[in-house]
Design a protein around this ligand. Structure first.
Ligand SMILES: Cc1cc2nc3c(=O)[nH]c(=O)nc-3n(C[C@H](O)[C@H](O)[C@H](O)COP(=O)(O)OP(=O)(O)OC[C@H]3O[C@@H](n4cnc5c(N)ncnc54)[C@H](O)[C@@H]3O)c2cc1C
Length: 390
């Protein structure tokens, strides 16, 4: 029976000292003051080119990142494979917004799509659309509040070309590709392109996956629109569900700019929306594929129960559970042990470039009520269990 409290399976991959290090790190991250200070200090350090590797690498980086290069991640791919967990290699460089930096990020992401080709231990490729252009261009094109300048029109055209080139490469390589979801002000343009890419590349099977942030109260109607469109136009949608990572900023921005808050009124409403989305896709699994990214134990138990209720094979390639590297191993390893498909996002990039991603993880582990407490409880239980084992 599926039991996320089984710490022996959850941490079978971790040595004693790795358990201890993870315990210390989560203990530090639970203090919002320390994380806030860390964010402030690292922003300054980045600006003045102060070296950060010595403090970040042995701590946050070691816990949450697979390495600096694609080749570095091989060690994680092989390691996760031993526990029946697949990898999803995520080039997580977010800070290079110069034209040369954007081009380099695009080329590296293409390389990651090539790297996944024919590798049975890599489940998906993935990209974050905002890394392919500037936020100014993407938000202007997305919000349609004002006309784009000639340069911005050119910039947006280049963005669309890069976006489609990644999807085309995924299609050519037979690799499924996840389009990460982002801030509300950037998302309309991303949705439009993702819809177009699904129509183009998903004719035989889901290749391009749209990400739906279910903390948005408009996502169920969007999901139904995708489904109806796919029936009408004859393609197979891929759907990735998450709750959404930018709630606080979204609420603040909506208030500041004077538009209605796009986020569900409370956590319960987000949870219900999330459950409804997952159920909808499972009920249409003949046509759609599902990727569920969450560290919420209930959501994972519920999907496992739904799979059983609908008589779907546990390891049907149409359904994947997913967590981020370094988080909720109790969910990933227990699901994989029980025979479900699991993939870990394995981010990779140089320390300076991956810092925004790391700060989001640190903040998440501070702000997501209960989650850090759970990690600490689990780690402590396993350390205790091993002490008791002669
Ligand atoms: C594999 C994977 C891929 C991911 N990809 C993306 C991505 O592409 N884009 C993205 O934005 N995020 C992404 N995330 C992060 C994700 O959106 C969540 O921020 C994170 O997983 C925490 O949500 P949870 O379901 O794991 O946990 P939970 O603890 O159950 O949920 C926390 C989340 O609930 C929502 N919430 C909390 N309080 C409230 C409230 N008062 N009102 C309304 N909603 C509330 C917020 O979304 C918050 O992050 C990804 C996560 C994973 C595991």
């Amino acid at each position: 029976m599926l039991d996320f409290n089984n710490t022996e399976i959850a941490f079978s991959s971790k040595s004693k000292s790795e358990l201890k290090n993870a315990y210390l790190l989560f203990n530090v991250m639970k203090h919002p003051g320390i994380v806030k200070f860390g964010k402030f200090a690292s922003t300054i350090a980045l600006k003045i080119h102060f070296p950060l590797g010595w403090i970040v690498k042995p701590t946050l980086y070691k816990q949450f990142v697979g390495g600096e290069t694609l080749e570095d991640t091989t060690k994680y791919i092989n390691f996760l494979k031993k526990y029946n967990v697949k990898s999803t290699l995520d080039y997580s460089a977010e800070s290079k917004k110069t034209p040369a930096g954007i081009q380099a990020t695009f080329e590296e992401t293409l390389r990651s799509v090539d790297f996944a080709k024919g590798n049975p231990n890599i489940a998906y490729a993935v990209f974050k659309p905002s890394t392919l252009t500037t936020d100014e261009i993407l938000s202007k094109a997305s919000e349609k509040r004002e006309e784009l300048t000639i340069d911005e029109i050119k910039g947006f055209r280049e963005f669309k070309e890069r976006f489609m080139a990644l999807c085309q490469r995924a299609y050519d390589n037979g690799v499924r590709i996840l389009v990460d979801a982002e801030d509300y002000c950037l998302q309309d343009a991303i949705d439009e392109l993702t819809d177009a890419a699904m129509r183009l590349f998903n004719k035989e099977r889901p290749i391009v996956f749209a990400t739906l942030q279910m903390y948005r109260h408009d996502r169920m109607p969007y999901l139904r629109r995708i489904y109806d469109d796919s029936v009408e136009k004859g393609y197979y949608p891929g759907i990735k569900f998450v709750r959404g990572a930018y709630m606080e900023e979204e609420r603040k921005r909506a208030e500041l700019m004077g538009y209605p808050d796009p986020i569900c009124k409370d956590k319960k409403a987000t949870d219900e929306n999330f459950d409804a989305g997952v159920k909808f896709v499972v009920e249409h699994i003949d046509r759609m594929e599902l990727f569920m990214g969450t560290h919420n134990e209930d959501s994972n138990y519920k999907l496992a129960a739904l799979i059983e209720e609908k008589n779907i094979d546990k390891n049907s390639p149409r359904i994947y559970f997913s967590q981020l590297l370094g988080m909720s191993d109790n969910i990933s390893f227990n699901l994989a042990h029980a025979g479900y498909n699991v993939t870990k996002y394995v981010p990779y990039a140089k320390v300076r470039d991956v810092l925004p991603y790391l700060l989001r993880r640190a903040e998440e582990n501070t702000s997501v009520a209960g989650q850090t407490g759970r990690e600490l409880r689990m780690l402590k239980a396993e350390m205790g269990r091993r002490k008791g084992v002669k």
